[in-house]
Write a protein that binds this ligand. Sequence first.
Ligand code: ZN
Length: 281
Amino acid sequence: MEKKYQEVLSKINQADSILIGASNGLAISGGIHIFAENADFLENFGDFRKKYGFRNIVQGAFYPYPSEEEKWAFFSRMYAYLINNKEVSPVMKNLYELVKDKNCFVVTTNTDSHFTLAGFPKERLFEIEGNSRYLQCSHGCHNQIYQGDEILNEMAQNQENGKVPSNLIPKCTECGGPMQVHVEVDRNFLKGEEWQTSLQAYKNFIQKAHGKKIVLLELGVGARNQLIKAPFMELTNLEENATYITLNMGRELYIPDSIAAKSIGIDGNIGEVLQQLAQLK
Ligand SMILES: [Zn+2]
């Protein structure tokens, strides 16, 4: 195994650019499992589970709440759980240590802000499905997204019987309508100016890396993922000097034959693998 780790480190070392792709598997290794009905879920969302019957955070995010007061009770709680006063997990710390001196870009479907928390700059981060700390107009009447930390924190701290006080509920400043977190839970998800800027930065990064040594470092992205994995495999195929490094568990670790010669796969707990790599660096 150590030989494989050395190979990964040497590829990272020699790379001109490193493109990191991360999804739910990375969040899980950092202790956040939004699809699980685990002890954490019961402790933090047990009252919602009892009231509505949903069994994990994702189901809660898609639930059709009967009122704005109830909707914001959930989303502010989700914010508090995922983001507020969070410390950087050892997993993210190790990842950052591993690549901090390199020319990096991150693309992720995680909405938990843990990359910026770990020190990755926002302008080198594309959060495809949004971020739980931002708000948008539910009707999408205008493209602006808003920093929601203050109001989300206030709502998280002031909820009773599964409701937040009506006077705290955010309203769209343009149309007066309801707002929602800027996370892709429905078709109203805004792909406005900031989202487009991040997408463009992602594309520019890939374009600049063309022909040079690029490492695609994929962390906890499911075998059939179309948003991150499919484009990463395609890019590996196209780029002569690309190396595709994928970290995942068991059946989710997938490398197609067409790029096998340019690929390194490590099957195991992502947190432990990153720790090993950071130590060996
Ligand atoms: Zn509006």
